[in-house]
Ligand binder design. Structure first.
Ligand SMILES: C[S@@+](CC[C@H](N)C(=O)[O-])C[C@H]1O[C@@H](n2cnc3c(N)ncnc32)[C@H](O)[C@@H]1O
Length: 193
């Protein structure tokens, strides 16, 4: 019998698929960790659906890299880059966005190609997640991709899993990947009712 080797989607692909499936016309979306801008560009590319993208990072280098990536594809106009921590998510978003966000993406850890000691931190990640669940519109999703190979990563991923387990039943939880050292993707979706 012939064998077919179907490539498996990466966890990044799965996160993008979950977001793409949840997006609705006029959505506002958030990249909570802009990094090198791959996820921000993915969100901005959904121009026909997405009204605006807010992308956060604490490192100026990450915002410069993201700005350059967006410029390559002419996607800057629909993105606001915010030099600030995602633990201040709600504070930075205009009040009219609250409870109207279609997707919030977290890709945890360090900025690839930069200082590996500058990572997301469990406490601020949890603070951001607490706010993120309150900002979603019905049917909106949060994706959290956690890496466990760097110092603190395993604890952060465990805290995200614990957070998901404590979420109310109005949020559907889907987890892929893991256990450490394999990265873990957590998807939270707010019910439509
Ligand atoms: C793995 S990278 C993100 C990758 C990115 N999503 C992409 O598509 O290229 C993680 C990023 O989180 C950022 N970060 C760390 N702490 C943060 C915080 N409190 N708020 C927002 N971003 C943070 C880091 O500076 C780093 O750029």
């Amino acid at each position: 019998m012939a064998e077919f080797d179907t490539p498996r989607p990466s966890l990044v692909d799965l996160a993008h698929q979950a977001v793409a499936a949840a997006l609705e016309a006029g959505d506002i979306v958030v990249d909570a960790t802009a990094g090198n801008g791959h996820d921000t560009a993915f969100l901005a590319r959904a121009v026909d659906t997405v009204r605006h993208v807010y992308a956060f990072d604490v490192q100026q280098q990450a915002l410069s890299n993201t700005r350059a990536r967006l410029a390559e594809s002419g996607l800057e106009a629909q993105v606001s880059l915010i030099h600030g921590g995602h633990e201040e998510l709600a504070q930075h978003l205009p009040p009219e966005c609250h409870k109207r966000i279609g997707a919030i993406m977290f890709n945890l850890g360090y900025l690839p190609g930069a200082d590996k000691s500058l990572t997301t931190q469990t406490e601020s990640t949890l603070a951001a997640l607490e706010q993120a669940v309150t900002l979603l519109r019905p049917g909106g999703v949060i994706t959290v991709l956690g890496y466990t190979g760097h110092p603190g990563g395993k604890e952060e991923a465990a805290a995200v899993a614990d957070f998901a387990a404590r979420c109310p039943p109005s949020l559907t939880i889907c987890r892929q990947g893991g256990p450490p050292p394999v990265p873990e993707l957590t998807i939270l979706q707010l019910s439509r009712h």
